[in-house]
Design a protein around this ligand. Structure first.
Ligand code: PDD
Length: 276
């Protein structure tokens, strides 16, 4: 397959320097963009978030939004990608290993590739289980950086228990999940953690908020507790490509009826109608 390296689309090969700062420090930012029927979904929103992440870690993106959009569209075409994702990352580049930023002469490294992936309609329709784990991450979870070890450990805990996600809590407060945002439904109203430094403001999350408002479903960007989560009528998680997954059990405890809820199903249906 083809990959993007800086502004060139080339055949896939190994070319990352052993002293690339992404590799050594996780010093970089990234995005995962869904591709449905050959079309990247909400690419501009993802690229705007990349721009924000880069700014927050003082990394100067080498390409404009328009250039990146064009390059990624070319990459999708070159790979004849129909269903799947684009992975895009920009690191602070390769330099002799010192913690502080390298000199101005060191160029950030941009790479992107695509991965074909089937749609996840089955788990979206049928739902899955989740586990609870303490949120041990840093205080800038709003930045989409390459530092994902706590997320990796949490997701592995989920996998080990046959769950689709690990829901994270900071003390009593539910923040998000290892690679998705969390919503609960109680008495017909939705709640999700506010977009502050404790969560990644998911593109899917933002779309779901918009859909709720458009459909007159009361939604609150308000923190809720582990207790609220377990007592919810419905729980679902949102992320790129897995879209909306109903959570039917958390740590072995049944949520609501134990089946995907009506409000979750409604939102999933609305979300899908944006894609097709
Ligand atoms: N993860 N929260 C975290 C910690 C995430 O890593 C993600 C996405 C989300 C959902 O964001 P969005 O709706 O913009 O995809 C929330 C991507 C998919 C990943 O790392 O693979």
């Amino acid at each position: 397959s083809k990959i993007l390296v800086d502004d060139q689309i080339i055949d896939r090969k190994n070319l990352i320097d052993i002293e690339d700062r992404g590799y050594q420090f996780g010093d970089g930012v990234y995005e995962v963009i869904g591709v449905y029927e050959g079309r990247p979904f909400m690419m501009d929103e993802h690229l705007e978030r990349l721009q924000r992440s880069a700014k927050e870690v003082q990394l100067k993106l080498p390409y404009s939004m328009v250039e990146l959009r064009n390059l990624l569209n070319q990459l999708v075409k070159a790979n004849h990608l129909d269903e799947g994702i684009i992975y895009l990352q920009v690191t602070r580049g390769a330099a002799s290993r010192w913690h502080e930023f390298p000199g101005e002469d060191v160029q950030p490294k941009t790479i992107a590739y695509t991965r074909a992936e089937e749609r996840m309609t089955e788990v979206e329709d049928q739902g899955g289980h989740a586990v609870l784990t303490e949120d041990i991450r840093w205080l800038r979870c709003d930045i989409k950086t390459l530092n994902l070890l706590p997320n990796v450990l949490a997701k592995q805990e989920a996998k080990k228990n046959g769950a689709v996600e690990a829901i994270l809590h900071r003390g009593e407060t539910v923040t998000e999940a290892s690679a998705s945002n969390v919503f609960i439904v109680k008495n017909g109203e939705l709640f999700t953690h506010p977009a502050n430094n404790h969560i990644l403001n998911g593109i899917t999350r933002q779309k779901v908020l918009e859909l709720c408002r458009k459909n007159n479903l009361p939604v609150h960007e308000q923190t809720f507790t582990v207790k609220d989560l377990l007592a919810a009528d419905e729980v679902f998680v949102t992320a790129t490509k897995s879209d909306i997954i109903p959570i039917l059990e958390v740590d072995g405890k049944q949520i609501g009826s134990g089946k995907p809820g009506n409000i979750t199903a409604k939102i999933l249906q609305e979300f899908r109608s944006l894609i097709y």
